[in-house]
Design a protein around this ligand. Sequence first.
Ligand SMILES: [Zn+2]
Length: 385
Amino acid sequence: MAWKKIIGQTTVKNLLQRAILEDRIAHSYCFIGNEGVGKEAVAIEFAKVANCEQPIVLDKTIDACGHCTSCKMMATLQHPNVQMIYSLPAPKAMDSRKDNISEKLSDEQIAEIQEQNALKAVNPYHKIQLGKATQIKIAQIREVKRGLSLTPNSQGRRFILVFKAEEMTPESANAFLKTLEEPHSNTTIIMTTSEPQLILPTILSRCQQVFFQALPDEELEDYLIDTFKLDLTEAKLAVSIGQGSYTKAIEYLDEDMKSLRNNVVDLFRTALKKRIYRSELVNKLQVILTEKDKNLIDKVLIILLLWLRDAMNVINQAPEKTLINIDQLPFLKNFAKNFANLNLNKSISLVEEAIRNNWRNVNQQLLLINLFIELRREILSESNT
Ligand SMILES: [Zn+2]
């Protein structure tokens, strides 16, 4: 990793580099921004650069060398100066007398944590996920305090990275506040959160708050193509669904998205068939919706929305580079030819309404069937006028 591997966030990168160059790194930061915009990745990179033994200084930039002992330790996230804190699974009750957290966890849980750390080392955008872990417990904060009271045995600056700081329990937050109130020399605490409203105001006010923006589409697209060897359509679909979040885009990649897209387009075609379509539509819907998963339906609806926007762009003869489903160009053109005078605004708002309704308590299958029937009515009647 290097700064250039961090997607977007130019303002934040500049701010932190200036802090290192001018030797005024704050004692505590709070990185605030939506999930998946790179708060953790930036925190890790910041710690790496600040600890690098031979940093590369150019103009007003400073980057890690990538070769020194410190950089090598950072590459595996096993640097004595850098400690990551995040929600851990609940330890077994019978071991609760033990003081040290790692002693309380089962071998299996420790292996799971090590695996997550390794994934994070390879890809700092990796979202750490441990089964049933939703709280940063007071024992973890106590361990941080103990660590801070010891003299560091290595050079450089210590970094405590608290990921998803809103997951601290009230006791943890209170204990943590005390740590923030007594800054340690050569030590920086970085909290990250997408929900600052859930963090004690007294904690927030003690930190330098750094705000992260949504990721720019093009940069996220390039990154996905580069990292996951996606084709342009796949990358564009993932970025559109991700809406500025790496994590969301990636969740989408985990599903076979092109085949999902093809299924959705096929549903749409079925709904526009001249004669019998209902039973076929219902059958095909059942194939896609093997489980009633609101997230999946959300994706189906967004895909449909993106496809309709593409169709509208083709009808309006917008430049091809504005299209997301570029691999569907022949079909889109054919659709535009058949429905040359069609105004798709109404259809698009029908889909947008369905996206909103999906999150309410509605029958999902009915929602989709009704939507396709309404789209059919709308599109076929418009095309007849
Ligand atoms: Zn280095």
